[in-house]
Ligand binder design. Structure first.
Ligand code: UDP
Ligand code: MG
Length: 317
């Protein structure tokens, strides 16, 4: 099979028939063999009935139904597990992404050899309250992930080589950072294609402004995991030791200062009357705590199923 289209959706009943017909049109025109996997993320409207009707009429239409709403990432995860196509395309169900982009995305993966091609909604039809923070968000994501050429990490329209989606694990709300996940898994050829974007035709957006707060926290987590996920001691141990040594030297300094004052007959105060004493003490305690966090982290990492998971591309025996 050439292409799997994975579509996560939550209460998008009006869009689905139109979207499927459009995908069908594009696929038939280009002679692709394909499947469309609708992942119904616990919709409370008629979305599932619509999917059932489509699946009954067309063998290309397939569906997964969650019992409740889990979020976009879990929906993508389950869609990816089932996908069979050589190239896997994800798109939103709200008709904001255009299926007309599919042939070119397919070509970029197949002919240009990209592992992942992300859409870039250069001209967006979204409210300013969304486009402005998005710019900031993408700049941060570029800096942290080191993927310098992406302008739109969270674009719903993306294409992947099958290997990529079978070897990464999207979870939580990490759908915003799939290129980063791919890069961490060793899929380095990541490209971008400017895509057309439309205003939402039916329904409402499913994400509020808290997407930006959560987005940043997730980015920090991913960065941390990719840097120190299997060797937490390297960060906590380092910071802890640094703080402890710093605090220790400061305590010695406070003591020496007092002894010097005593023996040279100058006026002196109790060590416990000096603010530096308390600062030094706190630093030492925090340093010890950080070090302990490192040990605990190592014990957790030792038990992790991820600790010896590597991306083996090829083997010769
Ligand atoms: N979505 C989902 N589960 C959720 C929230 C959203 O499957 O919990 C789907 C939604 O139906 C749509 C896509 O994710 O197909 C993107 O959502 P939306 O269009 O609301 O996001 P926006 O375009 O505002 O970023
Ligand atoms: Mg949308």
């Amino acid at each position: 099979m050439d292409i799997s289209v994975v579509i996560p959706l939550y209460n998008e009943e009006e869009s689905l028939p139109e979207l499927f017909a459009w995908i069908q049109r594009v696929m038939d025109k280009n002679g692709f063999s394909y499947e469309v996997i609708f992942v119904n993320d616990g919709s409370t409207d008629r979305s599932w009935q619509v999917i059932e009707e489509l699946a009954a009429k067309h063998e290309e239409a397939k569906g997964i139904k969650f019992r409740r709403n889990y979020g976009k990432s879990p929906a993508l995860f389950c869609g990816f597990e089932k996908a069979q196509g050589d190239v896997v395309i994800t798109m939103d169900a709200d008709l904001q992404d255009s299926p007309d982009e599919i042939p070119e995305l397919y070509r970029m993966i197949k002919k240009d050899g990209y592992d992942l091609v992300s859409g870039y909604k250069k001209k967006r039809y979204d409210p300013l309250s969304k486009t402005l923070p998005t710019k900031l968000f993408n700049a941060t994501a570029r800096a942290v992930s080191g993927i310098k050429n992406l302008h739109d990490f969270n674009c719903g329209l993306k294409a992947y080589r099958k290997d990529v989606i079978k070897n990464i694990e999207v979870y939580g709300e990490m759908h915003r950072y799939i290129p980063y996940l791919a890069k961490n898994a060793g899929f380095g050829k990541i490209g971008e294609k400017v895509v057309h974007h439309q205003a939402r035709k039916y329904g409402v957006t499913k994400f509020g402004l808290n997407r930006f707060v959560n987005g940043y926290l997730d980015l920090i987590s991913l960065w941390f995991l990719s840097k120190f996920g299997v060797k937490p001691m390297h960060i906590f141990g380092f910071l802890g030791s640094l703080m402890f040594i710093f605090g220790f030297l400061a305590v010695v300094g406070v003591g020496v200062h007092k002894l010097y004052a005593m023996y040279s007959g100058q006026p002196y105060i109790l060590v416990t009357d000096s603010p530096y004493f308390y600062l030094a003490l706190t630093t030492m305690i925090l340093g010890t705590q950080l070090f302990l966090a490192g040990f605990l982290g190592e014990m957790i990492a030792r038990n992790s199923t991820e600790r010896n998971k590597y991306q083996v591309e090829k083997e010769l025996f």
